[in-house]
Design a protein around this ligand. Structure first.
Ligand code: GAL
Length: 672
């Protein structure tokens, strides 16, 4: 599947910041020579180059970039051209302090760092537009340029008076009247009532912090602010080349903006992936990042770009470990297996000084051309070339969908219930995901708004779907009625889209579908456990949360064994229409959860794409007709096989036994 009409195969390369090296022509020369040798075909250029591109207000200097674009192109290296709005020059902050952000204590920030701009500053908007148009006018039609990389890792909120006013305008538009807003924010408690929109400030430590619905609206507003900024940049760059696609690099596990929403303003999703691969067993890390990849693919339901990763180490974790041998190829191919159309790095060359001088890069300070990192990077480049046929192969629609929703995430974070601030939504989603992942079963993600009951999923899992918004209950009902299988858990369907509790039985609108009704939530201390007796002979362990439910017509699959609710239902299943709806009232430990899903997947006939059982830490992921067999277990593994396999990197035929060293990878196609 082509990402851009101008680029026919996997991208390999990374952030290139030559603006640090303009007085070192020999370095620039070595850069391009080494890019060719490492099979790099693309760089992201100019991400933080504003100070060099416009050294004085209105005086642009594109000469160095002209020269580089030509030299890169002469070596067949393409360019994702960045807009430099992620960091601005000192002269601008000095002359127009309004371009800088205000913090949540309502204090203006000073010049420095990056990602420090006010999105509603008219001056900043004008300056960014002018810069983006200038870049577009000059380069967008250049054959080397294949993609716009808008800004860098959009993040954060601004609390300046202008952004506050924009928040109030957003609320006026959303609620129409102050009475409506009061009702939706439930201000009738603690005298929180407003009599005018003008009284409203953003939520925070300086004032109102006790209205969860308000905090939720602030997050939605921040998402919208970011979207508006992206749209503004898109308009600017598109003026001169309407068909060049735009991306923005997203981040892992990001909380503050709703990425399903935000992606609506992007042509392509790309993201920055920085796992802490360690020594030994990396299975859990692999699971978490596999899930991130699947989410990124799901936002626009199409292949994505791995925009940044490190070829060796980062410099900002508590302990910065090198990638062990094999891990660079393995982790890069993990991304490809999940639908990435690129492997890109931060950054091409280590800076001599400044913020990230010790962050891993392809080229190191010692200027050597034969390092371990360079060999690893070259191996990835060659592998991507050998897999080029996969670039075009359509991705298969997974059979399983997980509902993950930013509104629920925020609402659970702000909910003072159970374990306030520590409800563990993301971790729970990961644990459910992991049960499928470990069995080689692919997963899509949808949020409430995007879930479509007719997409054909055999199984839909909605872990902790606390907030039912966009009428999700109706679509889930239809999904089950038509023959789907739904798994729901504790704390589902408790609040509506304005974060107010539904009155009446919950999960709202689905109690007849699930055949149960929720009653109470019990939270356990970390050392406490409960258990559920499952299918009459298996004891599943429970931690953190037990909800007490009343089972109506649902069949009870497991009951609590301990405490005053011993004997009451814990896992249930109901038949509704042509489908099934299962309810899990408690948080099972990972072993219990794995057991539950093993049975369910077997019942549903959802099978691993790999025909043999795999030991812990060996994961199979399918992309088109290729099976990516990945060893994260930290030890060598041998898998007996009675099939004949074609190994796709080196082209050998494998039979009898598949051998995976530590961090080993086999990309296989079945020959028989
Ligand atoms: C990313 C960022 C890069 C670089 C990198 C270091 O979050 O976009 O510019 O700072 O982290 O790991």
């Amino acid at each position: 599947m082509e990402l851009t009409p101008r680029f026919p195969t996997f991208l390999h390369g990374g952030d290139y910041n030559p603006d640090q090296w303009l007085d070192h022509p020999e370095i620039l020369h070595q850069d391009i020579e080494m890019m060719k040798r490492t099979h790099v075909n693309c760089v992201s250029l100019g991400i933080f180059a504003w100070a060099q591109l416009e050294p004085e207000e209105g005086k642009y200097d594109f000469a160095w970039m002209d020269d580089l674009v030509e030299r890169l192109w002469a070596s067949h290296i393409h360019v994702c051209l960045a807009t430099p709005s992620g960091a601005r020059p000192a002269w601008m902050a000095d002359k127009y302090p309004e371009v800088l952000r205000w913090d949540r204590f309502f204090r203006p920030r000073h010049f420095g760092g990056r990602h420090n701009h006010c999105p509603s500053s008219p001056v900043y908007q004008e300056k960014v537009t002018a810069m983006d148009e200038a870049l577009a006018r000059r380069y967008a039609a250049h054959p080397a340029v294949i993609l716009w990389h808008l800004s860098n890792e959009f993040s954060g909120d601004c609390y300046c008076p202008r952004c506050q006013e924009a928040f109030r305008a957003y609320l006026r538009e959303r609620y129409g009247t102050i009475e409506n807003l009061n009702r939706s924010w439930y201000t009738s408690f603690w005298s929180a009532m407003y009599t005018s929109f003008d009284q409203i400030e953003p939520p925070g430590p300086m004032g109102q912090e006790s209205l969860p619905a308000m905090k939720l609206d602030w997050r939605r507003f921040s998402t919208l602010q970011c979207r508006r900024f992206i749209e503004m940049e898109k308009r600017a760059v598109r003026r001169f080349c309407p068909d060049l696609p735009c991306t923005a690099n997203l981040m892992e596990d990001f909380h503050d903006y709703d990425y399903f929403e935000l992606s609506g303003s992007l042509d392509l999703v790309s993201w920055d992936c920085y796992p802490a691969w360690g020594r030994g067993d990396n299975t859990e890390t692999a699971r978490n990042y596999a899930m991130n990849h699947d989410m990124m693919r799901s936002f626009l339901d199409r292949p994505f770009l791995l925009m940044e990763s490190t070829p060796s180490l980062v410099n900002w974790k508590k302990v910065n470990q090198l990638k062990r041998p094999g891990m660079h190829l393995l982790s890069s191919m993990q991304a490809v297996a999940h639908g990435a159309q690129s492997v890109m790095y931060f950054q091409w060359r280590k800076g001599r000084g400044g913020a990230e001088m010790f962050h891993g890069a392809v080229m190191d300070h010692d200027l050597r051309e034969d390092t371990r990192v360079i060999r690893d990077v070259t191996e990835v480049g060659l592998t991507l070339e050998r897999l080029s046929h996969l670039y075009h192969a359509p991705l298969k629609r997974p059979q399983v969908c997980i509902l993950y929703d930013w509104n629920t995430r925020w609402a659970l974070d702000y909910a003072e219930m159970g374990m306030p601030g520590n409800m563990g939504y993301l971790e729970t989603v990961r644990e459910h995901y992991g049960c499928l992942y470990e069995q080689g079963i692919s997963v899509d993600f949808r949020n409430c708004e995007r879930f479509d009951p007719d997409e054909g999923y055999a199984l839909v899992i909605a872990p902790m779907l606390f907030m039912f918004s966009s009428g999700i209950e109706d679509r889930l009902r239809r999904y089950v009625e038509q023959g789907g299988t739904l798994v729901m858990t504790y704390v589902s369907g408790m609040v509506d889209g304005t974060d107010q509790a539904f009155l009446g039985p919950t999960p709202y609108g689905l109690t007849d579908v699930l055949g149960i009704a929720y009653q109470e939530l019990d939270a356990l201390y970390p050392e406490e456990r409960n258990h559920a007796l499952y299918r009459e002979n298996t004891l599943l362990e429970i931690r953190d949360f037990c909800s007490i439910i009343q089972a109506g017509r649902a069949q009870v699959l497991a009951s609590y064994t301990d405490d005053f609710y011993a004997g009451s239902p814990c896992i249930t299943r109901s038949v509704f229409g042509l489908g099934h709806a299962l309810y899990m009232a408690a948080r099972l430990t990972p072993e219990g959860l794995a057991r539950f899903y093993q049975d369910l997947l077997k019942d549903l006939g959802i099978l691993s794409p790999f025909p043999h059982p795999l030991p812990h830490g060996v994961i199979v992921t399918r992309r088109a007709d290729h099976l990516f067999l990945q060893n994260y277990s930290g030890r060598e593994v041998r898998i007996p096989t009675d099939r004949c396999w074609k190994e796709m990197i080196h082209g050998q035929t494998l039979r009898d036994c598949l051998v995976l060293p530590v961090n080993g990878l086999l990309i296989l196609r079945s020959e028989a």
